[in-house]
Design a protein around this ligand. Structure first.
Ligand code: ATP
Ligand code: MG
Length: 390
């Protein structure tokens, strides 16, 4: 692995010196420049100096007291130096800061006090991701599936959406964070490990260890299985932020089955998501619940990310789709037909609908996957090259 050039931005002089020693100590990277102040505008001389250094990585320290300034700097540097990878350094106890840093453009969040090993692992992950052929340096997108009300069909949708994305684009992970994980059953898989194992080993988790915790489905989809008992040690949301940070840097698409889990973890993962698919039926109680769930998930921002999926859809005289949207207060994204026999047989046999060709419902999942990825540049490229070969 070639030596990476690193710029360190930290207002605290001691922290700046410590980071410099740690970076150089990894022996795969070298600190080429350090900045004592956070840039506040594109015209700031600090930005120019960093550009001149042309770093592959910029480490931004997020102090507890002036966090907002550091977050603004991350956003600015992400815009001004789009080819440099931004690593944020801060406290793991503030889940919202982690989310904000990642949304501002940081691709890694590293805990303070930092060790040489933490930095080394982050540098290795960066080098591995850059080697991957998928969209250069970009992070994967997360789609989270939550229920308005228990049993609305979240797991069915998560499993089949993940399979549809896998067959269209490859490099997809399905992560089961439901209170009791059913996704493996839907795919007739017998996982040896689960999300809990990945969380327990976060301190040494790299891409190969992560993959060893995942169970591969025949078409290539990788499942990080859920809990097989309803009681378990509740990991902190900060640990989930760290896990998803890694998932997003290794997979092109990450589909999350949250089913009916409604807690800080689901909210955190929703915050990291491109789109949250809120699954509901079209009855009054379900739509009322959908409105409440959207309110809960949107409390920390990003309400517009939550979109409605009407499952078991059938036309009801006198009740339109606009009525459903108005009742839930959520924009309609997709409708999935009601096919009880096909769906329940698929679950009982562990053969997902996407593996059974030509059913209406499988076409609906393919359409949903296409809709969710329609603006992704690489998808357009794929379509173009397919067209050329015809
Ligand atoms: N489109 C559909 N048409 C008919 N039946 C469906 C459809 N989608 C799901 N079902 C049925 O709904 C039931 C629940 O499905 P699923 O396990 O996917 O729900 P869930 O929302 O994940 O449940 P939980 O809240 O327990 O996690 C299943 O028995 C399935 O057969
Ligand atoms: Mg479920």
């Amino acid at each position: 692995m070639p030596e990476l050039s690193v710029v360190i931005v930290a207002s605290d002089s001691e922290q700046r010196a410590v980071l410099q020693v740690l970076v150089d100590g990894t022996s795969v990277a070298r600190a080429v420049h350090t900045c004592p102040s956070y840039p506040v505008a594109a015209t700031d001389p600090v930005v120019r100096r960093i550009q001149t250094a042309n770093p592959e990585v910029i480490l931004v320290d997020i102090p507890a007291d002036t966090g907002a300034l550091a977050l603004r700097a991350i956003e600015l540097l992400h815009q001004e130096l789009p080819d440099s990878a931004l690593f944020a350094i801060g406290s793991m106890s503030q889940a919202q800061v982690i989310v904000n840093a990642m949304r501002s453009g940081a691709r890694e969040f590293i805990e303070r006090p930092t060790t040489t090993t933490d930095l080394l692992e982050a540098f290795v992950r960066l080098a591995t991701a850059q080697r991957k052929v998928h969209r250069e340096g970009a992070r994967g997108k997360v789609f989270t599936i939550v229920n308005a009300k228990g049993g609305s069909g979240a797991t069915t949708i998560a499993v089949n959406l993940a399979l549809a994305l896998q067959s269209a684009h490859g490099n997809v992970a399905l992560v089961d964070i439901a209170q009791l994980g059913h996704a493996a059953l839907h795919m007739n898989l017998k996982p040896l490990f689960s999300v809990a194992d990945a969380i327990r080993n976060l301190h040494r988790l790299d891409s190969s260890l992560l993959e060893s915790f995942m169970t591969r489905h025949s078409g290539g989809l990788q499942l990080l299985a859920g809990a097989n008992t309803p009681v378990g040690l509740e990991p902190s949301t900060a640990e989930f932020a760290r896990l998803f940070d890694m998932l997003m840097s290794h997979f092109r698409y990450v589909v999350v089955d949250a089913s009916s889990r409604m807690d800080g973890t689901t909210r955190l993962v929703s915050n990291l998501s491109e789109t949250v698919l809120l699954v509901t039926h079209a009855d009054v109680a379900s739509l009322w619940s959908a409105a409440r769930v959207q309110q809960y998930l949107g409390e920390t921002g990003g309400r517009e990310r939550v979109q409605l999926v009407l499952n078991r859809f059938r036309k009801i005289p006198g009740f339109s789709e606009a009525d459903a949207e108005a009742a839930a207060g959520v924009k309609l994204l997709w409708k999935i037909p009601n096919q009880y026999f096909a769906v329940s047989t698929a679950i009982d046999r562990g053969i997902p609908l996407m593996q059974q060709n030509h059913t209406d419902i499988a076409r609906s999942f393919t359409g949903l996957a296409a809709r969710l990825t329609e603006n992704d540049a690489d998808v357009k490229r794929t379509a173009w090259s397919l067209f050329k070969t015809v």
